[in-house]
Design a protein around this ligand. Structure first.
Ligand code: 1CP
Length: 341
């Protein structure tokens, strides 16, 4: 059965579309009261991620409520370290925490390249979502980029400086490569299984790309993203590397269809460099704190800057949890209205 709304896939392939497709990173989550209602009844975030019926329900909520042009499977990038042998906890209102972290070579010895079957609850959620979506819109599967996953495994959570993770690249580069290689191989198997379960497009999130100096970015991040892109040819791939403005030229050579831009990147300059890619983004998530009129204006300004280049509208990073859903709808409706040809 073909998709009723395939705008996202057409734009990703660089084909012309009647209007610009739009979705939001972190659209399934705390901005929606309907999400919070499901979440409140549970023991925690992990129960939601690991229960396919519930994950499918919150994945579809933004399609019904916000009328976005794609669903993104409700999960987290941290299921990968867990499958490799490093469990995480999700602390309410704070974020992820790893009770045990990777400090040495012997810590890496305790990890494994995970068999894709370890994450069968994600594929079950994808299958269920696909069936409940009934081909209304495409479903996006995702994973963290190896460098971003590595950062969490070494830091044990988020960080202001990422000094432990970045430090290891100087003090023990060979172990860093060994761990990045294990993460990469686990991720390739995981993404292939997501595609087999029905994911129509894959996005790779390199949320902490921007903390690395350019030479380290190529050696310890882009190299592995490139391996993942080369291994996956079944569906279009989007690479979102936050803060990696210094590596755009190299990203134009990746074997992927779309590059996600954060709000620091200038669309006009970027599209000259990334001339062979569809571009996704990149309104500042804080623009959604402004008035309805301002949101319309800012969205139109953004669309104008991408005009004539294959484009998927989105924010420059995930929508902030305290954003009014009516403002999110205003952004989405503005994209529909101003991009119709
Ligand atoms: O209880 C809750 O609701 C916790 C909040 C939450 C949510 C809704 C977390 C904790 N993860 C998620 C879901 C999630 N995570 C999705 C769902 C699909 C969607 O986008 O709608 C996705 C794609 C992610 C991916 C993710 N997790 C990234 C990459 C994207 C990005 O935002 O840069 C990262 C870095 C994470 C780690 C993570 N998980 C949760 C939090 C609060 C964080 C970030 C912590 C930090 O700043 O270090």
């Amino acid at each position: 059965m073909s998709l009723k709304n395939d705008l996202l896939l057409r734009a990703a392939r660089g084909e012309s579309t009647d209007r610009t497709p739009v979705w939001l990173m972190r659209q399934a989550g705390r901005i929606l009261p309907e999400y919070r209602a499901v979440r409140e009844k549970l023991s925690g975030f992990k129960e939601l991620v690991e229960t396919p019926e519930l994950a499918a329900e919150v994945t579809i909520q933004p399609v019904d409520i916000l009328e976005v042009d794609a669903a993104i499977i409700f999960s987290d990038i941290l299921v990968i370290p867990e499958a490799m042998g490093l469990t995480y906890e999700m602390i309410e209102k704070k974020g992820p925490h790893f009770p045990k972290t990777i400090k040495s070579s012997s810590d890496i010895d305790t990890l494994k390249v995970a068999d894709p079957s370890e994450l069968s609850y994600v594929y079950d959620a994808i299958k269920l979502t696909k069936s409940e979506l009934n081909n209304r819109v495409p479903l996006i599967g995702f994973a963290g980029a190896p460098w971003t996953i590595f950062s969490y495994m070494v830091e044990g959570g988020g960080s202001k400086t990422f000094s432990k993770a970045r430090g290891m690249l100087y003090t023990n580069p060979s172990d860093a490569h060994r761990l990045l290689d294990m993460i990469t191989n686990t991720t390739i198997g995981y993404l292939k299984s997501q595609i087999a379960a029905g994911a129509d497009l894959i996005q790779i999130f390199d949320s902490w790309a921007g903390v690395l100096p350019p030479n380290h970015y190529w050696e310890f991040s882009l190299k592995y993203i490139s391996e993942i892109c080369d291994a996956i040819d079944e569906v279009p791939i989007t690479v979102f590397a936050k803060g990696a403005w210094f590596a755009l030229k190299e990203m134009n050579d990746l074997n992927c269809n779309t590059i996600g831009l954060d709000w620091n990147m200038d669309p006009l300059k970027t599209r000259e460099v990334l001339n062979s890619k569809t571009l996704q983004g990149n309104l500042d998530p804080c623009a959604l704190y402004s008035s309805f009129d301002e949101i319309e204006k800012e969205t139109k300004k953004m669309l104008d800057q991408f005009e004539g280049h294959p484009h998927i509208a989105n924010l420059g990073h995930g929508v902030y949890p305290d954003t009014d859903p009516e403002k999110v709808k205003c952004f989405i409706n503005s994209v529909r209205e101003f991009s119709s040809r």
